[in-house]
Write a protein of this length. Structure first.
Length: 633
């Protein structure tokens, strides 16, 4: 501060200072570190109109590397309160350079401007603080709370380093405790070649325009934003680097160790990247690279150049916050890479059930919470269902498909050729070849002859049309063949097998299984344990006659035959009544077991010709067939 000791105004201030007011002790000839710098604040109703001050070291400092840590500084201002009086337009050009501003626990440190120009270069902020979790204006503020009276303060930050730590249990609040607050400021703001450690803040930036359309002009280039170099503080905080209703261009920046972009309101004025430049987002576990919170009137941000996302397990390049069903948000443009794979767009659903469709190109899609229906479209997509019971169809291309938590369905319903999919091994073939699959409980085929295999969970597998082969493996599975000549194996567990239309082959395997042949001449094998064979479709001895290969009515293999009361009319519910059963044709004997055949005629008939055969038993059961082998439901 040139000639500071010769300033009449400053001398007056020093003479009038109270014991608690730090005093400027700096001249152009100073060669030692200054320990205190301060002035009375604007609490004085008639501040002395200082003018022309520059807070500057007497020796130039080596600037920090672009986006990196600052070099060692030779001038320090400790426990400083620098207020509007000595950096704002009426009193000073607002230039701070080549210094280190050090703050310690319990002190108030604030750079604030409401008019004029504001420039900081080669400045390091260091130290620590505590108890500031809810105060957003402790360090650098260009703020107007009156939407009708915006500021017009140009700000330049160049080669600035922030290494201020906060209390270990620090939690930021919405809109609070950012290093830089620029609210309702229409002056151009430039932040370049700087390094920000956010361990003492909720974030570095809180940039807000109060109008419906984006305002201001922010250029944020070649900076490093670090949540914390301390792993204990490298957590996902509720507030990121917030940009709301502003015009901003961000290029050649690095967000790492938990730092992220937090976008609110009308974000159509935001541009991520520039030609031949790269933004890098290193996302921690359970964190985000970019979070967008609804509502977002206006267009999406513009993506240019390259935006790189390196994502730890459980992290997301894009998070969308919206509890409205059937919503989603997409970022498209430039080159987007996630863990080395290039995508044309990032698409994220909200926290309710959404219907999301990808493009013809390679998309990264996250359904997030809720029961989502996601279709990737063309291209080599990466789809994450997230929480909720999701249905995911990758579409064409070699897709990476992850159901996430919940009971999720992997669908190939739109495949133009047969697929082979094994949920247990993750191996895919046919029209599904090239897909990488994980964390799915259910599976759906298409209209061709598919081979569908479950895993050891409780699967629901639907073959749809085509002559499908379905194997549930272990677990209590529901296996539905659909139309076509299907082969269905239940495997271990209490399985439900439904052949659908066509002449199907059903094998329950181990466990007490439920077998529905449905329409067609089906072959039913219960396997071990107490199985149930269901007859619930219109009887036809030519086109709907099922064969039971292993009916048993003794011991651990006591099977039952279930007759639908809507088909087998006139029968009371429950175990078949004695009067309604016979081993030979007779009036009153509605159900007849004779010669391995099972027959029905409402009210009975004098001869078997008056009955309709609905099943054939190819093995002789341990005990003769009796009425107790039948249940009417």
């Amino acid at each position: 501060m040139a000639n500071a000791v010769d300033s009449t105004e400053l001398r007056t201030r020093i003479q009038n200072a109270s014991a608690s007011d730090p005093i400027i002790n700096l001249t152009a000839a100073t060669t030692y570190s200054v320990t205190t710098l301060g002035k009375l604040t604007s609490r004085n109703p008639s501040p002395v109109p200082f003018s022309g001050y520059t807070i500057q070291s007497s020796q130039p400092l080596t600037p920090p590397a672009a986006g990196g840590a600052s070099a060692s500084f030779t001038r320090k201002f400790s426990n400083t309160r620098i207020y509007q009086q000595n950096i704002d337009g009426p009193y000073s050009p607002g230039l701070i350079k080549d210094v280190e501003l050090t703050y310690t626990t319990g002190t108030d440190a604030l750079l604030s401007a409401t008019t004029g120009n504001f420039s900081l270069s080669n400045v390091r902020f260091s130290g620590n603080h505590s108890g500031w979790a809810n105060n957003g204006n402790k360090y650098l503020s260009l703020t107007s709370f009156n939407p009708a009276a915006p500021l017009n303060v140009p700000l330049s930050l160049t080669n600035v380093s922030v290494t201020i730590s906060g209390q270990a249990g620090f939690n930021g609040t919405t809109g609070g405790s950012a290093f830089l607050h620029s609210w309702n400021n229409n002056g151009p703001v430039s932040i370049t070649n700087s390094n920000f450690d956010e361990s003492g803040f909720a974030s570095t930036l809180n940039l807000l325009g109060t109008g419906a359309s984006p305002s201001g002009s922010y250029t944020i280039t070649n900076n490093s934003f670090n949540r914390s170099t301390d792993p204990a503080r490298r957590t996902v905080r509720p507030e990121g680097n917030r940009l709301e209703n502003v015009n901003a261009v961000l290029s050649r920046n690095i967000f790492t160790q938990g730092s992220y972009l937090d976008l609110y309101g009308n974000i159509s004025g935001i541009t991520l990247g520039a030609a031949s430049t790269t933004n890098t987002f290193n996302v921690i576990a359970n964190g985000y690279g970019i979070r967008v919170t609804a509502p977002n009137p206006g267009a999406a941000p513009t993506l240019l150049g390259t935006n790189v996302f390196n994502v730890a397990a459980g992290g997301l390049p894009l998070k969308y916050v919206d509890a409205t069903p059937n919503t989603g948000y997409a970022l498209t443009g430039g080159t987007i890479t996630v863990d080395g794979t290039t995508f044309s767009s990032l698409i994220a659903g909200g926290q309710a059930g959404d219907s999301i469709s990808g493009t013809a190109n390679a998309d990264w899609i996250n359904g997030d919470d809720g029961a989502d229906n996601i279709s990737g479209g063309g291209g080599n997509d990466s789809i994450l269902g997230g929480a909720g019971n999701d249905t995911i169809e990758g579409g064409a291309g070699n897709d990476t498909l992850n159901g996430g938590t919940g009971i999720d369905t992997l669908s190939y319903a739109s495949s133009s050729a047969a697929v082979s999919v094994n949920l247990q091994t993750g191996i895919t073939g046919g029209d599904a070849a090239g897909d990488s699959i994980s964390l799915f409980e259910n599976l759906a085929g298409g209209s061709n002859a598919d081979t569908l295999t479950g895993n050891n969970a409780d699967n629901t597998i639907f073959g749809n049309s085509g002559d499908d082969t379905i194997d549930g493996l272990a677990g209590n599975d529901s296996l539905l063949g659909g139309a076509g000549l299907d082969s269905i194996i239940g495997g271990a567990g209490l399985d439900t097998l439904d052949g659908g239309d066509g002449n199907d082959n059903l094998n329950g395997g181990d466990g007490a299984d439920y077998l529905y042949g449905d329409l067609g001449n089906d072959t039913l094998t219960g396997g071990a344990a107490n199985d149930r064979f269901y007859f619930n479709t219109a009887l036809n001895a030519t086109t709907n006659l099922d064969t039971i290969t292993d009916f048993s009515n003794s011991g651990a293999n006591t099977d039952k035959i279930y007759l639908s009361s809507s088909i087998f009319t006139g029968l009371p519910l429950g175990t078949l009544a004695a009067a309604d059963f016979g081993t030979a044709a007779a009036v009153g004997a509605d159900v007849v077991a004779s010669g391995g055949g099972l027959y029905f005629a409402a009210g009975g008939a004098a001869t078997l010709a008056g009955y309709t055969q609905f099943a054939t038993l190819t093995s002789v059961p341990p005990n003769p067939i009796s009425r107790t082998d039948f249940i009417v439901y």
